[in-house]
Design a binder for this molecule. Structure first.
Ligand SMILES: [Ca+2]
Ligand SMILES: [Ca+2]
Ligand SMILES: [Ca+2]
Ligand SMILES: [Ca+2]
Length: 290
């Protein structure tokens, strides 16, 4: 009995240590592993994400905001997936959103800490030189606006500016489309975006050669926070809410406030081939020869 108690306490202590040393907001989530032949094609078509089951999704029903505002799915609705592929080394993010008004100041803000080192990663208050080298270096803040062209002048970017190269192609790539409505119409709209990110453990201002890329290890935990600033133009309330997947306060500069994602193994029973237009036309050609 004593032995069991000691084991239980050891577990509890190790859980607390993980909690305090590395941060952990909300429930552990899972990053879907795409096998090589099923990595998503960045074309704005959602279908290559159909193989991802609900256990991997962050849905609006479980998101929350800094005001504790009640969820109204006609005001904001979303379904998010984070995924990865070991051989191409990329992180993949897809986001479906329905919003009663999508304007060009709205975007996904996501912060990443792939090696789970935690801690303050920007806004150090240690002078400009320090900030130039280290802001968004060992954890990162990305803004993903595409298919919207943000009023701030980008489809995707990384904050801070000294790391701008890492927030653009080929390090961040995207495709997306409006499924209903459009941007800045003040009417309900629905859109989809899919993005790939080359993950780094250290981003250097001078470029990729000076930087350290992250290598995925299945079964390890990475840190992520993601939120949509739903800034509808309601009279008297510019900022509706920042709908967050994890909701750690200060996550825009403190990686201890991110949530934990476990890098999942490849699911069993996935399709053996990609269902693409190319293959469909190949099949069409085969059929026409019968
Ligand atoms: Ca696609
Ligand atoms: Ca809204
Ligand atoms: Ca909105
Ligand atoms: Ca890190």
């Amino acid at each position: 009995m004593k032995r069991i108690n000691e084991a239980a306490i050891a577990l509890l202590v190790s859980a607390l240590m993980v909690g305090s040393a590395f941060g952990h907001q909300g429930e552990m989530k899972f990053m879907f592993q795409f096998p090589d032949h099923l990595t998503p094609v960045l074309d704005g078509d959602m279908s290559d994400w159909d193989i991802v089951s609900d256990v991997y999704k962050i849905k609006a029903e479980t998101m929350f905001n800094q005001f504790g505002a009640p969820m109204d799915l006609s005001d904001f609705n979303a379904s998010l997936i984070w995924a990865y592929n070991i051989n191409d080394g990329k992180a993949y993010f897809s986001a479906w959103i329905a919003d009663d008004y999508i304007n060009n100041t709205e975007k996904w803000s996501t912060t990443t800490d792939w090696d789970h080192s935690g801690g303050i990663f920007r806004g150090f208050d240690q002078g400009d030189d320090f900030e130039t080298r280290w802001a968004s270096a060992q954890a990162q803040r990305y803004d993903l606006a595409g298919p919207i062209f943000s009023s701030s002048g980008y489809y995707t970017r990384i904050i801070d500016g000294s790391k701008a190269w890492a927030g653009q192609s080929p390090y961040v790539e995207w495709a997306g489309q409006f499924l209903r409505g459009d941007v800045d119409t003040q009417e309900p709209a629905e859109m989809f975006g899919e993005y790939s990110i080359v993950p780094f453990d250290d981003i250097h201002p001078d470029g990729a050669d000076q930087s350290v890329q992250h290598s995925w290890v299945e079964g390890t935990v990475v840190g992520i926070e993601v939120n949509w600033g739903d800034k509808d133009a309601d009279p008297g309330s510019y900022d509706d809410a920042y709908w967050s997947g994890f909701g750690g306060i200060g996550a825009s500069r403190d990686a201890d406030q991110f949530g934990d994602y476990l890098l999942a193994p490849i699911e069993e029973g996935l399709p053996e081939a990609r269902a693409t237009g190319v293959e469909a036309s190949t099949w069409g050609q085969i059929k026409s020869t019968f």
